[in-house]
Design a protein around this ligand. Structure first.
Ligand SMILES: Cc1ncc(COP(=O)(O)O)c(C=O)c1O
Length: 306
């Protein structure tokens, strides 16, 4: 008999946000007179910027002509986009990230979930509490989270409380964690982390040989120049961190889908390059973001787009 992945049976009935959407709809139907304020999953509210729309139209026209048509693209994204990301999001801010360390993808959600493919099942995972549920559920699917208690907490995960008392930035745990998910600016609390706070995390990860999975999907909302937008602004992070970013919040791409993941070429565990493993994973399971969409993303970096 075909066996299923029984880890899925341990998951609560539905993904948190489908459940809150279902309950909101039910409540709205039952009480049409009530004004409903939804605090569940958000979405962008404005149309795409004109610079992006023009680039999309031009790229569609390219697809209509034999001389400019594009078929399968590079697994890791087109150089025209990766070069812009490296320059504007990193190098111009004094951060040493090269374009060949960037993997363009269809979403930070998929990357945050898929990255688990390159890590062993017996790693100890630490997450913030509260947390963007994707980190927890994807580790549960992989068998890394243990069992889910009645309180919704998983037996093998380390939960790091984010409370008013610690400014919603977790302390490094006393015990050892192999994989640590950090998200700043944070979903759901909105908290940001200072350089000093992130430095402690980098030191913890380096001394434990751990990996920080840093989700900075909301970096565009940082306006204070003293707050890091990237974990790679912290000395030593190239030896212990992977970063996820997205055009979803920065440029309203939630419906278009484009994001990227940064893995330094020098980042290794057990003597193995994590960059090479991720390339192997992506080139086997993924054929990349549509050319047209990547042209749209590139226009985000044009003067009008910015
Ligand atoms: C913390 C965080 N990371 C990633 C994502 C998803 O980004 P994307 O649209 O690129 O998949 C979200 C979306 O809500 C998010 O809140």
């Amino acid at each position: 008999m075909t066996k299923i992945n029984e880890n899925y049976l341990k998951l609560p009935g539905s993904y948190l946000f489908s459940e809150t959407a279902r309950r909101a709809e039910e409540s709205a139907a039952a009480h049409p007179e009530r004004k409903l304020i939804k605090l569940g999953i958000g979405d962008v509210t404005q149309p795409l910027a004109p610079a992006v729309i023009s680039a999309l139209h031009a790229a569609v026209d390219e697809m209509a002509a034999a001389e400019t048509f594009q078929g399968y693209g590079p697994y890791e994204g087109y150089a025209f986009l990766r070069d812009l990301i490296a320059k504007y999001d990193y190098q111009d801010r004094g951060v040493n990230i090269q374009s060949d360390e960037i993997f363009v993808s269809d979403g930070a959600k998929s990357d945050c979930g898929n990255i688990g493919d390159i890590f062993g099942v017996d790693n100890i995972v630490a997450v913030c509490d509260p947390v963007y549920p994707v980190y927890v559920d994807t580790n549960a699917m992989a068998g890394r989270a243990g069992d889910c208690g009645e309180d919704g907490m998983w037996s093998k995960l380390i939960y790091m409380p984010c409370l008013k008392e610690n400014g919603f930035v977790p302390q490094v745990p006393k015990q050892r964690a192999d994989i640590i998910y950090l998200c700043f600016p944070n979903n759901p609390t909105g908290a940001t982390a200072t350089k000093e706070q992130l430095q402690k995390w980098v030191e913890y990860a380096r001394s434990n040989d751990s990996i920080i999975l840093y989700d900075s999907a909301y970096e565009a909302f940082i306006s204070d120049p003293s707050i890091p937008k990237s974990i790679f602004e912290i000395p030593g992070a190239r030896d212990c961190a992977i970063e996820f970013r997205s055009f979803s919040k920065t440029a309203g791409f939630t419906g278009l889908r484009c994001a990227y993941t940064v893995i330094p070429k020098t980042l290794k565990r057990g003597g193995v390059s994590l960059h090479d493993l991720w390339y192997r994973r992506q080139s086997t399971k993924y054929n990349g973001v549509p050319y047209v969409v990547q042209r749209g993303a590139a226009a985000v970096y044009s003067p009008e787009g910015r």
